[in-house]
Design a binder for this molecule. Structure first.
Ligand code: NAI
Length: 344
């Protein structure tokens, strides 16, 4: 049997959220731990030990989550460490899923949310750097995801930059499913591939279907030939950009099961590899590819092999795409400046 992998999940309790006087317990953290323990993230033959971290006030809820994990008798789950001590939580972890943070509440300025979260990520960067396994792979889910990941990178200089990423896979999956719904004659979401989310996990992200393909009854076709071009430049983009807000409106809480599922997809593909001929979107540290300034955490199309991601090169970028890719980069530059000013 393989050695267990240690997986940290922060924000694992899911705070008591008082929205419209209803109490919601457990959001992404609560949704993701059973997915991981069932083997959806690392494969059906990879045992794991879960490390769950949350803040003091959520300590009792965390006890409860841990009890439920034990009660589930998951064959792959070899242990649970639940703690409110960041050092204990980070000890020797191989994978860190960073969900913990302060979500933006109604009436909260985006910059207030940003400053609260960057200070959390600065502190947790040091804990990971000092205590995680040397090969630890980090996925930042908590918003502002790209900028939190950038701060984590800056304050954990000894963690290889290859090992720090942020989640845009939910947006990627949303783009695939919008296309599947749009193509006539029931193309299934698994028949669509190679969409791209460029940039920030925010409403400036650019969902791009110019390189996507779909397997139809008459063979593999470019998606551009299957949907009308007006839709792909307007409603497709805005629907994907605003899907998170639509979920909040409908559910009175933000996306949790789809975010948890996307985080599993992200790590699984990163660790086990992307299928041949398929790429996925990941927020990674820009190396200047496609003229995106280096020094930003930006979502690119990537392929993964043996635990290493590489940005897909050589895709043709038209003028429409160029403008949208630059606009989301501009927002990330501004977020970076705000984040640095909060930490000064
Ligand atoms: P939530 O509020 O239910 O859970 C956040 C948890 O983090 C709470 O349990 C809270 O106690 C904990 N926490 C706060 N400070 C912490 C700290 N310093 N250390 C450890 N834990 C801490 O929120 P939810 O819905 O689970 O969302 C989590 C984050 O994910 C939010 O920032 C949200 O905006 C983001 N998100 C990102 C998505 C993406 O695609 N990148 C999609 C959906 C949500």
């Amino acid at each position: 049997e393989k050695e267990p992998v240690k997986v940290l999940v922060t924000g694992a309790a899911g705070m008591l959220n008082l929205i419209f006087h209803l109490v919601f317990l457990g959001q992404i953290g609560y949704a993701i731990v059973p997915m991981i323990a069932r083997g959806l993230m690392l494969g059906p033959d990879q045992p794991m030990i879960l490390h769950l971290l949350d803040i003091e006030q959520a300590g009792e809820a965390l006890d409860g989550v841990s009890m439920e994990l034990i009660d589930s008798a998951f064959p792959l789950l070899k242990g649970v460490v639940h703690t409110t001590d960041v050092v204990e939580a980070c000890k020797d972890v191989n994978i860190a899923i960073m969900v913990g943070g302060i979500p933006r509440k109604e009436g909260m300025e985006r910059n207030t949310m940003l400053s609260k979260n960057v200070s959390i990520y600065k502190a947790q960067a040091s804990a990971l750097e000092q205590h995680a396994a040397a090969d630890c792979k980090v996925l930042v889910v908590a918003n502002p995801a790209n900028t939190n990941a950038l701060i984590l990178k800056e304050f954990a200089p000894s963690i290889p930059v290859q090992n720090i990423t942020c989640l845009t896979r939910l947006d990627h999956n949303r783009a695939l499913s919008q296309i599947a719904e749009k193509i006539p004659n029931n193309v299934h979401v698994s028949d669509v591939k190679n969409v791209i989310i460029w940039g920030n996990h925010s409403s400036t992200q650019y969902p791009d279907l110019n390189h996507a393909t779909a397997t139809t009854i008459s063979g593999v076709k470019p998606v551009r030939e299957l949907v009308d071009s007006h839709w792909s430049k307007t409603e497709f983009i805005t629907t994907v950009q605003q899907r998170g807000a639509a979920i909040i409106k409908a559910r009175k809480a933000s996306s949790a099961l789809s975010a948890a599922s996307a985080a599993c997809d992200h790590i699984r593909d990163w660790v086990l590899g992307t299928p041949k001929g398929t790429w996925v979107s990941m927020g990674v540290y820009s190396d200047g590819s496609y003229g995106i300034p280096s020094g930003l955490m930006y979502s690119f199309p990537v392929t993964c092999e043996k635990g290493i991601w590489s940005i897909v090169q050589g895709l043709k970028i038209d003028e429409f795409s160029r403008a949208k890719m630059d606009a989301t980069a501009k927002e990330l530059i501004e977020e970076k400046a705000v984040a640095h000013s909060c930490l000064d």
